[in-house]
Design a protein around this ligand. Sequence first.
Ligand code: ADP
Ligand code: MG
Length: 215
Amino acid sequence: MRIETTVAAAVDVASWMHEVAAAVEAEASHLTQLDSAIGDGDHGVNMTRGFRAVIEKVDGSEPPGKQLIAAGKTLVSTVGGASGPLWGTALRRAGRAVGDAPVLDGPVLADALDAALAGVVELGAAEPGDKTMVDALGPAVRALRAGVEDGGELAAAIAAATAAAEQGARSTIPMQARKGRASYLGERSVGHQDAGATSSALIVAALGRALDQQG
Ligand code: ADP
Ligand code: MG
């Protein structure tokens, strides 16, 4: 008798964090420019500082859930702006949802991202259309879940999630901000892309470069 063992594709958390750190650093001036228009101009610096600290801290030999929790705690303790506690909570919740799962395959990743989004919404109370990271992360999480439930390749589900996140980030341009610093500007926040939604799309896109194709 021949036993078929197929190992599904999975995301390597340490690689994901390295890819995010590189992406937010490469885009730091763009993120800062977006945040300067309707915020205080620190988003590129915040994300770069936070994810640099994360890659110092994350131990690739730990199980994925533990790595995510460590990454989340590091963001909370190193980033002063709103994005630190928000992404910190997101990654900690993701890690708790992953639990003891040995790998971040499609179904585990879908649960992790659902939990991340729920954590952001619980902490920040932003609704879709409020011109925040939720407008990028929400569509991405739903696209990933749909792709995974369709039973296709994880790479395809992540590509769909990335496209949804990028579209979601662009969709913030005509919105009026109702949460965060940009909301202080009222109608003057209209016409600018939200910085946090933009970096969220970078974080989702980085998943695709952190795929461990094992099977
Ligand atoms: P700060 O606003 O404290 O300067 P950052 O500039 O690092 O922090 O992050 C700003 C981003 O945080 C915004 O572009 C927005 O996407 C996100 N954000 C702010 N408040 C909220 C909230 N209540 N819920 C979700 N996201 C939020
Ligand atoms: Mg800011």
